[in-house]
Design a protein around this ligand. Structure first.
Ligand SMILES: NC(=O)c1ccc[n+]([C@@H]2O[C@H](COP(=O)([O-])OP(=O)(O)OC[C@H]3O[C@@H](n4cnc5c(N)ncnc54)[C@H](OP(=O)(O)O)[C@@H]3O)[C@@H](O)[C@H]2O)c1
Length: 265
């Protein structure tokens, strides 16, 4: 039996999670949403989502995603703090930089809270979730949460101290990867392809490479060596990649995002 899942706030991230869940066979009618504006409510209803006032979403759901912007969270959850049904609910926050302690301050110390950091890839079932639980969730409740989130991707249970790291490494990373893929596509244009074709080639090359690495479980360097023949094209490209320090620069990109995440926490 699937739980009813409520979303307090239904913007980009909530939509990605809901898409991932329904794609995995989770019934759309078991997803409830609450938003702030009439405009968002009408749009979501046109798309076939059940949109209800926040308190109704709260009362009808066993699991509640808190998916407003962090600044809107205090007002959004205020009605729940002293609600008599609160003890029956599990709250899953996706708000970046909002600690378990802050969430407890907002919802009450006794609340069952899961702090997460998903990335947008949850929409296609290939997301990554960083997950930290408040200590009062039972093992069975943790399992329930893990099972639900696992429908949309990889669940990484971690100490809350690593949440900023996974924010950089997985939360922000789709933007970096999109830029890198675009660079490959632009290179294709420089070499004579039209952009859409170059993009498709780049996308397939990335997807295939990632699948090969995932399925083999090999260290990436092993794949690199398979493609690199003596005095061939690949070693010339690799040599440029190393002499320009591109690998080190990519590490710095993640570190910069991490520093920012720490600043927000
Ligand atoms: N985008 C990402 O890649 C990403 C990744 C990881 C985590 N996150 C986290 O996800 C959360 C949401 O981000 P987002 O990009 O999805 O934001 P968003 O598109 O702006 O959506 C925010 C939603 O919250 C609603 N809302 C605001 N106040 C409310 C209230 N009092 N009651 C009910 N609903 C309320 C808004 O309704 P209206 O539309 O009616 O104003 C809107 O539906 C943030 O905390 C962010 O840190 C985002």
């Amino acid at each position: 039996m699937q739980p009813t899942v409520g979303f307090i706030g239904f913007g980009n991230m909530a939509r990605a999670i809901a898409e991932g869940l329904t794609r995995a066979g989770f019934p759309k009618e078991k997803i409830l949403a609450s938003v702030r504006s009439e405009r968002s409510r009408e749009r979501l209803q046109r798309e076939g989502f059940k949109v209800l006032p926040s308190e109704e979403v709260f009362e009808k759901s066993q699991i509640l995603f808190l998916a407003t912007k962090p600044k809107d969270l205090p007002a959004a959850v205020k009605p729940f703090k002293d609600h008599p049904q609160k003890g029956e609910k599990i709250f899953i926050s996706v708000a970046a930089g909002v600690s378990l302690q802050k969430l407890k301050d907002l919802l009450g110390e006794d609340s069952k809270i899961v702090r997460t950091m998903p990335n947008v890839n949850v929409a296609v079932g290939k997301g990554v979730w960083g997950v930290a639980y408040s200590e009062n969730l039972t093992p069975a409740e943790r399992e329930r949460v893990k099972e639900l989130l696992g429908k949309t991707g990889l669940v990484v249970e971690l100490d809350e101290g690593l949440m900023d790291a996974i924010t950089a490494l997985a939360g922000s990373a789709p933007a970096f990867i999109a830029e890198i893929v675009d660079a490959f596509a632009e290179a294709g244009v420089k070499l004579g392809f039209k952009y859409p074709e170059a993009l498709k080639i780049a996308l397939y090359t990335f997807m295939g490479t990632l699948q090969l690495m995932e399925e083999s479980g090999d260290h990436p360097i092993l794949l690199r060596d398979k493609v690199t023949s003596p005095a061939g094209t690949t070693i010339y490209g690799l040599s440029k990649l190393h002499s320009e320090g591109i690998k080190g620069k990519l590490i710095e990109v993640i570190e910069e995002a991490y520093k920012r995440a720490r600043g927000l926490a």
